[in-house]
Design a protein around this ligand. Structure first.
Ligand code: MN
Length: 210
């Protein structure tokens, strides 16, 4: 079974003015589509065709660079589209578990925002910033190069990503040129906190959260 490029859950222009339609269209139809087709080519005729992508990533050190780069690219962008929304932005409401977890693990929303933004701004070259859940249900922030992610067995800090920000230039260059900090600021206006709290609740399945 080949992996399929997921549809965006909104129109290409839905995140304007924060992320422009042309960037979204190229990002989805060229970049994400490219990772998906190259992942399928890399696993064709192998046992990986029968595996969940999360299981491939958890053992990715055993496989080819093509599987690492394109498996990561396939999974990372799928999460990225889901954790943004035209109805997003602001802060998670106090009744959400993600709000409670951010307060518990970072002290305040502003401290969390500062640490995440800093990880995104200082990731050298291409890569991602992540908010993750560890095995004890605690939140942590990390960043990874290229299309790596914290699900991978070779990641420095392993956990389940519940929010991710793509800081490859292809994610912002048309609208923001070299101004990555402006793109990072704009991202806060489109974060889908309903989905992020759902991702938090789904991590470590069965664990009681609060
Ligand atoms: Mn990308």
């Amino acid at each position: 079974m080949a992996f399929k490029l997921p549809d965006l859950p909104y129109a290409y222009d839905a995140l304007e003015p924060h992320i422009d339609a042309r960037t979204m269209e190229i990002h989805h139809t060229k970049h994400h589509a490219g990772y998906t087709s190259k992942l399928n080519a890399a696993i064709e005729g192998t046992e990986l065709e029968k595996m969940k992508v999360e299981d491939i990533l958890a053992n990715v050190s055993k496989y080819s660079t093509a599987v690492r780069n394109n498996g990561g690219g396939y999974w990372n962008h799928k999460l990225f589209w889901e954790i943004m929304s035209p109805d997003g932005g602001g802060q998670p409401s106090e009744r959400m578990n993600i709000h409670k977890a951010i307060m518990r693990d970072f002290g305040s929303f502003d401290k969390f925002k500062e640490q995440f933004s800093n990880a995104a701004a200082t990731r050298f070259g291409s890569g991602w910033a992540w908010l993750c859940v560890d095995k004890n249900d605690k939140l942590f922030i990390t960043d990874t190069p290229n299309q790596d992610n914290p699900l991978m067995d070779l990641a420095d800090k392993k956990g389940t990503p519940i929010l991710g920000l793509d800081v490859w230039e292809h994610a912002y260059y048309l609208n923001y040129q070299n101004r990555r900090p402006d793109y990072i600021s704009a991202f806060w206006n489109v974060i889908n906190w309903d989905q992020v709290t759902q991702n938090y609740n789904d991590a470590n399945e069965g664990a009681s959260k609060f």
